[in-house]
Design a binder for this molecule. Structure first.
Ligand code: TYM
Length: 347
């Protein structure tokens, strides 16, 4: 094995990559924890690459027609939320084969012990771990490949992806050390803002998720204004009014969640929200939150619906994005083959 080398990060130009699974409808959690922040990064003028990770989605069985539909719907959500396909690269993962090629190589870099510690695998597999796909176990190694096939340096995600990004860092460091190169950057997770972990509307200790059996637990980006308002009005809370400091929300997960959602939607800090609503009952706060949520989400839902009228145009955008993504990823993966000693003589 080659001598370990230090990876000087300064040598990698900033580039952002992130992805969303098209494994169901998108939720307010996806919007606040990911999509909204993807748009902010695009507006900061950094190179941004965003992906519908369809190869990740099939780690659990997907109905083929629904998968196509959900991939298009996800892409429509990106665009409706403000991603401009001319300024950001927007594509679906399976159209750029570099991801799975590097994914296999990383399966040979990542250690079983590292993978076995992934809490999301344990949560998803539950008691059924003998019966889930091998792909579900290897999932985080493909995720590292998604990022590193572009030598991305920054990855905006919600809190739940933190451990996967730590694994991505370990894989980059081990690859660099094993081959005595300074080839891959050690990525920075970008987990920021008031809504890095949006919680269920029915249980403030559980993450808001598309896989929760109760539709009341989440706001879907496809929900209409009435449904959004109803779900917020029915959200679980406690009988106390809102406190006048954030500390007062410490043992009130549901109240804390609604304050965080308000802050993220309004572009304020949770402190500002507490300041504005100190002493307010939920009878006052919930309607204000419902109005704000509808005002912010309804235009996105309407635009998504409009874009979904023309699936061929969405497919065209994804195809064009894939060609641009491939132009970056291909040479990087070709260099990896050289580094690891593969003969490349095919004409
Ligand atoms: P996924 O599809 O589960 O979620 C997409 C993004 O939404 C964020 N998110 C949330 N943020 C705040 N509160 C919530 N309740 C909430 N639910 C979801 C997630 O943190 C994520 O940022 N493994 C990834 C997809 C992926 C990826 C990548 C991400 C594949 N390759 C490379 C970044 C880079 C996933 O399953 O996300």
């Amino acid at each position: 094995m080659a001598e370990p080398v230090q990876t000087p990060q300064a040598s990698f130009p900033p580039r952002i990559f992130s992805g969303i699974q098209p494994s169901g409808g998108l939720t307010l959690g996806n919007y606040l924890g990911a999509l909204k922040r993807f748009v902010e990064k695009q507006e900061e003028g950094i190179e941004t690459i965003y992906c519908m990770v369809d190869m990740h989605a099939i780690t659990v069985w997907q109905d083929p027609e629904k998968l196509r539909q959900q991939t298009r719907e996800g892409a429509a959500a990106f665009i409706a939320a403000g991603i401009d396909p001319a300024r950001s690269i927007l594509f679906n993962q399976s159209q750029v084969t570099a991801h799975v090629e590097l994914g296999w190589i990383f399966n040979c870099i990542a250690r079983m012990g590292w993978m076995s510690r992934m809490t999301q695998f344990k949560d998803k597999a539950g008691k059924n771990s003998e019966n889930v796909s091998l792909g579900l176990f290897a999932y985080p190694s493909l995720m590292a490949a998604d990022i590193l096939t572009y030598k991305a340096t920054h990855v905006p995600v919600g809190e739940d992806q933190k451990q996967h990004l730590e694994l991505c860092r370990d894989i980059a460091i081990k690859f660099n050390n094993d081959y005595g190169v300074n080839f891959f950057p050690v990525v920075e997770p970008v987990i920021e803002g008031a809504a890095t972990r949006v919680m269920s509307l029915r249980d403030g200790t559980k993450k808001m998720s598309k896989s929760d059996p109760s539709d009341q637990s989440r706001i879907n980006l496809t929900d209409d204004a009435d449904t959004i308002a109803k779900k917020i009005r029915k959200a679980k809370t406690d009988p106390e009014p809102l406190p006048d400091t954030l500390d007062g929300l410490k043992d009130r997960p549901e109240a804390r969640n609604l304050v965080n959602i308000y802050a993220a939607l309004a572009g304020h800090t949770p402190e500002q929200v507490i300041c504005d609503y100190a002493g307010a009952q939920f009878g006052t706060f919930k309607p204000a939150l419902a109005d704000l949520a509808v005002a912010k989400l309804e235009p996105i839902t309407l635009e998504m619906n409009r874009l979904m009228q023309d699936p061929a145009e969405i497919d065209r955008i994804l195809g064009e994005g894939a060609a641009r993504a491939d132009a970056i990823a291909r040479p990087i993966v070709d260099q990896v083959y050289d580094i690891i000693g593969m003969i490349r003589s095919r004409r």
